[in-house]
Design a protein around this ligand. Structure first.
Ligand code: DGT
Ligand code: CA
Ligand code: CA
Ligand code: ZN
Length: 592
């Protein structure tokens, strides 16, 4: 699959064109990069079967860009791109991770200070050289140092959403091969942690040697860290490590339990086992010399006198005490929100602004994935770069949505049963300004079904001011949902400084629903915040924030985080059917 490679070149081209002040083209390349990155089809296949015309069918890919993709697929090189790489011999991947460093700054830093990579940037900042440049100052030098720290902290870890599709395919390939009985992912992937250090895979088989041979022939790797009769460890060409272990079938449950982790959960569980007169290890649960329970995880937890603990909860944040029904957690573990239990998605952007697909395309795809309603929430006018809507454009879009809703053609609506009718709701992602006011008039907001509000600029404010700013927006009775409440974007931007407890209290007061944004980069609210919201009885909504039909699948990552935050179905409002969901919003607005 060459999609990531092609998307990367297009994204770099966008940056280079920005650096050289070429008008319009950078945005076109950016758009094309996003489209290729999120394309489920293999670009190479597409080109082989449909040629240049096929490439031009990718949303946002015009003739010029299609020709460059073709050049890359044919020759492995793109001339324009190579010329730029000579002109600017810098590590764009590294430098563009630094929050606040746009292409223009990267260019200036290279031309004036010969900064080529993160290390060079850090040296220049620490040496006090950056503050002397015309477009920088002491403050921006400080900000750069802070941003570098954040990048360093997340280096060596991968976004779950980036690695997950690959692991799914890997596991399926093994499950389908005749060589193994069982193949599963363990470790942080099975716990659905937001970032992953390495991939852990467990298999049971009668022929360990052959499985290891098969693994090494299947996976593209550049380093073999180690290989034994029942384990192998490699560094893949994609950049991450994979550990594979072969387990005897009789102890699969014990091995799975051990290698799922987390380490903290395991340490506590082992101590508990000792207190109860058992010994727990990756080889099984033992009473004296006798192995008592090992085949399944369920048995192990049961013998230890506790409820089964879902992998997403195994972080030693109270799940063991709850599973033992110890006070104050005597009611036991919550029934976590199931995967696949969402009925709607309340944050969707379209080609009315910076999305790739039309309203109808997004709706059809959502319906296909089993949803029964979505809200269209394009950006609003403060985000001029995206073509954000003003009041007039919103009105036009509302009309268009009415039109689509009333003409839903028979191929995606069961006419006899109105409940099967898919519904598109009118919404917007309005911008919260620096002072906490919104960029759309209340009168227009009142006409929308769903209003989400979010911060998109002026991230650097004091904790107090930022919290006040957001709370002011939440107090606007027209605001239904606070979108991506803490504003982080991994690995580049950390959450802004806010008092999350105060925001949760304000949500409680005003009835504002808090979003769990399911974009793998965002996952915002994150698990520990979700847990706080659950404890406070504040409602949440899990949204994909899709900018293309391919993004709707992100919802599962949102559910995973909600599960990690101990959320139940009742905590998440888009598990409701449409009528109940709308009633909930109405009650909220009346209450306000
Ligand atoms: P990661 O890879 O950093 O995202 O996190 P994990 O949790 O996948 O950790 P990893 O890959 O180092 O190890 C996989 C599991 O193996 C881990 O979750 C628990 C278990 N494990 C590894 N080392 C230890 C250890 O020293 N003690 C215990 N009790 N368990 C361990
Ligand atoms: Ca791991
Ligand atoms: Ca590992
Ligand atoms: Zn947004």
């Amino acid at each position: 699959m060459k999609n990531p490679e092609v998307a990367n070149i297009l994204a770099h081209m966008a940056l280079y064109l920005h650096m050289d002040d070429v008008p319009f083209k950078p945005q076109a390349y950016e758009r094309a990069a996003t489209a290729v990155e999120s394309l489920s089809q293999d670009v190479e296949e597409l080109y082989k079967t449909e040629g240049l015309k096929g490439l031009e069918k990718i949303p946002g890919v015009g003739k010029g860009i299609a020709e460059r993709i073709e050049e890359h697929l044919k020759t492995g090189k793109v001339q324009d791109y190579e010329a730029y790489r000579k002109k600017y011999p810098i590590d764009l991947d590294e430098l563009s991770l630094v929050e606040g460093l746009g292409p223009k700054s990267i260019k200036e830093l290279y031309e004036k200070l010969k900064v080529r990579d993160l290390k060079g940037l850090e040296q220049a900042a620490k040496g006090g050289q950056i503050r002397k440049l015309p477009h920088f100052g002491e403050k921006s030098e400080q900000n750069i140092l802070q941003a570098i720290e954040f990048v360093k902290r997340s280096q060596g870890r991968w976004l779950l959403g980036a690695i997950y599709p690959y692991v799914e395919e890997l596991i399926l390939t093994f499950q389908h091969s005749k060589l193994v009985k069982q193949a599963v992912a363990a470790g942080s992937i099975r716990r659905m942690k937001e970032t992953v250090g390495d991939v852990d895979m467990l298999v049971t088989t009668k022929t360990p040697e052959k499985v290891i041979e098969f693994f090494l022939s299947y996976v593209k790797y550049d380093k073999l860290w180690g290989r034994g009769p029942t384990k192998v460890s490699v560094h893949t060409l994609r950049g991450f490590n994979i550990d594979v272990r072969v387990l005897p079938e009789e102890v699969f449950g014990a091995g799975l339990q051990y290698f799922t982790g987390s380490k903290e959960h395991n340490v506590k569980l082992r101590t508990l086992a000792l207190q109860k007169g058992y010994k727990l290890s990756e080889y099984g649960l033992f009473k004296g010399e006798k192995r008592v329970a090992c085949e399944t995880e369920e048995e192990i937890y049961k013998v230890l006198g506790m409820q089964y603990i879902e992998p997403e909860l195994r972080e030693d944040t109270g799940e063991i005490e709850a599973a033992l029904r110890l006070a104050p957690l005597a009611q036991g573990l919550p029934a976590l929100i199931p995967y696949g239990s969402l009925q709607g998605d309340l944050q969707i952007q379209t080609n009315w602004t910076d999305g790739n697909n039309s309203i109808e395309e997004m709706a059809r795809e959502a319906k296909k994935q089993g949803l029964s309603y979505i809200a269209i929430t394009d950006h609003t006018k403060d985000l001029a770069m995206t073509g954000g809507s003003d009041e007039k454009k919103l009105l036009r879009q509302m009309k268009e949505i009415d039109r689509i809703n009333s003409t839903q053609s028979s191929d995606w609506v069961a006419r006899s049963d109105d409940r099967a009718k898919f519904r598109i709701l009118k919404g917007a992602e309005v911008n919260i300004r620096k002072d906490g006011t919104l960029d759309i008039e209340d009168e227009a907001l009142a006409k929308l079904d769903v209003v989400g509000a979010a911060v998109h600029s002026n991230f650097k404010m004091s904790k107090n001011d930022m919290t006040e700013r957001i709370m002011r927006a939440m107090r606007n009775p027209h605001v239904d949902i606070l979108f991506h409440p803490t504003g982080r974007s991994m690995p580049k931007r950390d959450s802004y400084d806010i008092d999350i407890d105060a925001i949760i209290q304000e949500a409680k007061q005003t009835g504002t629903v808090l979003e769990v944004n399911a974009q793998p980069r965002r996952l915002d609210l994150k698990d520990i915040h979700i847990k706080k919201a659950v404890e406070a009885g504040v409602k949440m909504v899990i949204n994909s924030d899709a900018h293309s039909t391919e993004h709707l699948r992100f919802l599962n990552f949102g559910i995973a985080q909600a599960r990690r935050g101990w959320a139940q179905k009742a905590d998440v409002v888009n598990t409701l059917p449409l009528d109940k969901f709308l009633q909930m919003l109405k009650d909220k607005r009346n209450h306000a």
